[in-house]
Design a protein around this ligand. Structure first.
Ligand code: C5P
Length: 407
């Protein structure tokens, strides 16, 4: 998918720099070419030798290097690429880009380029949350810089946890593919999409809730893939740790009922993809105060939970007479008889397609990065190979685009 594409990779300072080696490898596997600029900070974490060996090209480091300048020159360097990728993008480089500084080769090339720029921020969560970084990022996005990540996770230093991990190489490469897809990028232009993702939380009392193991990875990836093809995309997300996909309008909800309201509010759309793992039931009455055990020594039976059924969002959207999306797609998480159950479910829910996956613990779909699905349509059952959730999302988005083309 990146055949013949030229990526100028700017590596700035950050422990995540090691991941850019994997990015180079994957771009090259897909037929792309990578040329690297390594900043002084970046060189503290990854060597020019490693970048040069993997990219099989010269690694540029110095703005005032006579040999480099005679060889290619910093302006040409920034123009001879199809896209400029900054990964990892430190808080410092984002600040310099936002204010137009050009005091080294990387920032000079970034200021001189006339090509799309993608940044993959990576930094400590406090730095990412800082109003200065937020303002810089907002300025850059407003100017058309594309952002991928960061994601939430453990930080390299001091055992901290939070938003600031660089997006995974797979996600970065998928973003490049989406961006460089050329004609593909506009496949869903003028189309509207609605995607649900993640679990729902159903309150038992103010501190406890019923939930499930959905991570939101698949749903978020579908929303990102549809947006990359040009669809105006609304993502209604239950509580997840996924970063908001770039270019997607995200509505955060907690409960199934809130999710239903948000979905109905997002209509009309051309396609609705319901990837959320909506809780089928909720406690009949959420207690106003925290349920308590009896005081020490006292005895009473544990509280029993009375459950009532939640609205079925997929069936509701599929069953609409007015304003039904042209294409309604459900997801089915099954632990046994996956295909049989999914075929029956497609009919029962009234949706057009159903993406069925095996979520038995042995397969590790929930929370994992890979997915093996069956696509069930009115025409039959297709088995898709086991690939990353991002690749499943890309393929599904392509199919949606093909189908809507004739709609
Ligand atoms: O019935 P089941 O939960 O297996 O169906 C899965 C599909 O139905 C998913 O697409 C899910 O988003 C959707 N669903 C829903 N509302 C519910 C339950 C499931 O939209 N209350």
């Amino acid at each position: 998918m990146l055949d013949g594409k030229r990526i100028l990779l700017v590596v700035t300072g950050g422990i995540a720099a090691y991941k850019c080696l994997e990015v180079i490898r994957r771009v090259r596997e897909r037929g792309g070419h990578v040329r690297c600029i390594l900043t002084r900070g970046g060189a503290q974490f990854v060597t020019p030798l490693a970048l040069g060996a993997l990219s099989e090209d010269w690694v540029f480091q110095d703005l005032f290097s006579l040999t480099d300048e005679q060889e290619i020159g910093h302006i040409r360097l920034s123009r001879e690429a199809d896209v400029v990728l900054v990964a990892p993008a430190s808080a410092n480089v984002l600040a310099k880009m936002a204010s137009g500084q050009a005091d080294d080769l990387a920032t000079t090339a970034l200021l001189a380029t006339d090509k799309p720029v993608v940044v993959a921020p990576a930094m400590n969560p406090a730095m990412w949350e800082h109003p200065a970084t937020k303002a810089n990022m907002a300025v850059l996005e407003e100017r058309g810089v594309h952002r991928i990540g960061p994601a939430e996770g453990a930080m390299a230093e001091s055992g901290e946890w939070g938003m600031g991990r660089m997006a995974e190489p797979d996600a970065i490469v998928a973003a490049l593919e989406g961006l460089l897809g050329g004609a593909q990028a506009g496949l869903l232009k003028d189309r509207r999409a609605l995607v649900t993702s993640g679990p729902t939380h159903e309150a038992i009392d103010p501190v406890r809730f019923l939930a499930n193991r959905s991570s939101g990875k698949q749903g978020h990836a579908v929303a990102a893939a549809l947006a990359r093809l040009g669809a105006t995309t609304t993502l209604v997300s239950g509580p997840t740790h996924q970063p908001e996909p770039a270019g997607v309008n995200v509505v955060h909800v907690e409960t199934a009922r809130e999710m239903l309201d948000a979905c109905l509010g997002a209509l009309p759309v051309d396609v609705a993809v319901m990837a959320a793992a909506v809780a089928d039931w909720r406690p009949a009455d959420a207690a106003r105060a925290k349920l308590k055990k009896p005081a020490k020594g006292g005895k009473s039976a544990p509280p029993s939970l009375k459950l009532v059924e939640n609205p079925d969002i997929l069936a509701t959207v599929s069953g609409r007479n007015e304003g039904r999306p042209h294409l309604v797609i459900g997801f089915a998480a099954e632990t046994d008889a996956v295909v049989e159950n999914a075929v029956a479910k497609r009919r029962a829910k009234g949706c057009d397609w159903l993406v069925a996956n095996d979520v038995s613990a042995a397969v590790g779909t929930f929370g994992g990065d890979d997915n093996q699905v069956h696509l069930i349509t009115a025409d039959g059952v297709e088995e898709w190979p086991k690939v990353s959730k991002l690749a499943v999302a890309e393929r599904l988005a392509q199919r949606i685009a093909e189908t809507l083309k004739t709609a």
